[in-house]
Ligand binder design. Structure first.
Ligand SMILES: NC(=O)c1ccc[n+]([C@@H]2O[C@H](COP(=O)([O-])OP(=O)(O)OC[C@H]3O[C@@H](n4cnc5c(N)ncnc54)[C@H](OP(=O)(O)O)[C@@H]3O)[C@@H](O)[C@H]2O)c1
Length: 362
């Protein structure tokens, strides 16, 4: 008797928890820097990653990380190869960027297979396209599509949602990013080039082109960063947050050290500084939500923005497979209980988490 993809997924997930039986999760771009962290996180939780990519040799070389994993060669330009790659998978996590090229073909393949699609895109435009054009199809297919479930697009969204607590709306949301450095991967560099001139900000109740202001101003970041120079920044959270929070303004600021790193052509790639492959980079992200004269804040800190993306997207996947989110195209704070989600990442992945007591109200 044949079974539908959804029925196969349900079978794989039956048991005590979503990872029991080692469900097969396809990771597209598995051998990329972020893909490797995602594969490791899936293995740690008990999933059976299906390693998907366009280069057979690089996939085979991943055996050091996942010796027993199945390997599937697929091209985002060849829909049939993607269908073969996703066969039997309960979900797909897309880590192949620039996402301008990969998001829509892989999301289409996930919808054909009837399985959830999650990605780690930092690119605002293509994630906005998913929200604008894929929601009805995702609902019809009965699956969750969750773009930008990552350091940019996921963490700030969750923090702002947790900070809101019982507030139904906000006059302004500000996300303040402080990184001690930003050693970009090859994928970040290529994505930055392909996305140049495409950045957006959310202001006056709509997405607008980012003015690329280089204006420098003082900002009071949480410790250990403290007061320092900062500049405006564009992040995927400016696409995700307005999808589920009523607010006319989502602003992002970043300290200057990482902006200088990312703009310099000779900044080296990240280097592993622990046994898990994390670099020594540290970050603190603060969400400040303002309503009238009142404001609420939530802060998270940790190490390595690429590494922390893996527990963010895999925790989201665990909750999606556990059926805690309704079908559709969803932002992190919309799909999940934000405070509970963030707490689940402490202390292993978020070494600091300060939530306002109002976050408990939701
Ligand atoms: N939102 C966030 O916070 C966040 C966090 C981490 C990463 N990211 C994004 O994730 C992407 C990957 O970053 P990374 O650091 O992992 O870079 P990376 O190490 O260079 O890996 C990129 C991966 O994508 C694959 N790829 C690229 N274009 C492809 C295509 N057209 N078809 C199939 N595979 C393709 C690459 O395969 P080949 O080697 O065969 O080219 C490689 O496996 C970037 O766009 C980055 O901005 C976002």
């Amino acid at each position: 008797m044949s079974s539908t993809p959804n029925a196969r997924a349900a079978t794989a997930l039956s048991g005590t928890g979503v990872w029991s039986g080692g469900p097969a999760v396809a990771v597209v771009g598995a051998y990329g820097h972020t893909g490797r962290f995602v594969v490791a996180e899936l293995l740690r939780r008990g999933a059976a990653p299906l390693l998907v990519g366009r280069d057979r040799g690089k996939l085979d070389a991943l055996r050091d990380l996942a010796p027993d994993a199945s390997v599937r060669v697929a091209s985002t330009e060849d829909a049939a190869s993607l269908d073969r790659a996703l066969d039997g998978a309960v979900a797909v996590v897309n880590c192949a960027g620039p996402f301008l090229t990969t998001t829509l073909p892989v999301a289409d393949a996930a919808l054909r297979a009837g399985i959830p699609y999650l990605d780690v895109a930092a690119e605002q435009g293509v994630s906005a396209t998913l929200f604008d054009s894929y929601d009805e199809r995702a609902r019809e297919a009965g699956v969750v599509v969750a773009p930008s479930l990552a350091f940019y697009g996921g963490l700030g969204d969750l923090l702002a949602t947790a900070a809101l607590g019982d507030w139904p709306d906000a006059d302004e949301i500000t996300l303040a990013y402080a990184l001690d450095s930003w050693h970009p991967t090859r994928g970040t560099r290529i994505t930055g080039e392909s996305n140049a001139g495409q950045h957006l900000v959310y202001s006056g109740g709509r997405l607008r082109p980012f003015g690329y202001s280089q204006e420098v101003f003082a900002w009071d970041f949480p410790e250990p960063f403290g007061t320092g120079d900062a500049s405006e920044f564009a992040t995927a959270d400016q696409v995700t947050l307005p999808r589920h929070v009523r607010t006319p303004e989502v602003r992002a600021v970043m300290n200057l050290a990482p902006l200088r790193d990312i703009r310099a052509g000779d900044t080296p790639e990240p280097v592993a500084a622990d046994e898990g492959g994390r670099s020594a980079q540290t970050f603190v992200v603060e969400a400040i939500v303002r309503r009238g004269r009142e404001s609420r804040r939530a802060v998270a800190g940790g190490r390595d923005i690429y590494a922390v993306t893996a527990p963010l997207v895999v925790e989201a996947l665990e909750r999606v497979l556990g059926r805690t989110a309704a079908p559709g195209v969803l932002a992190a704070g919309e799909a999940f209980d934000a405070a509970d989600f963030l707490r689940a990442l402490t202390p292993a992945h978020l070494t600091r988490l300060d939530l306002p007591s109002a976050a408990l109200v939701r």
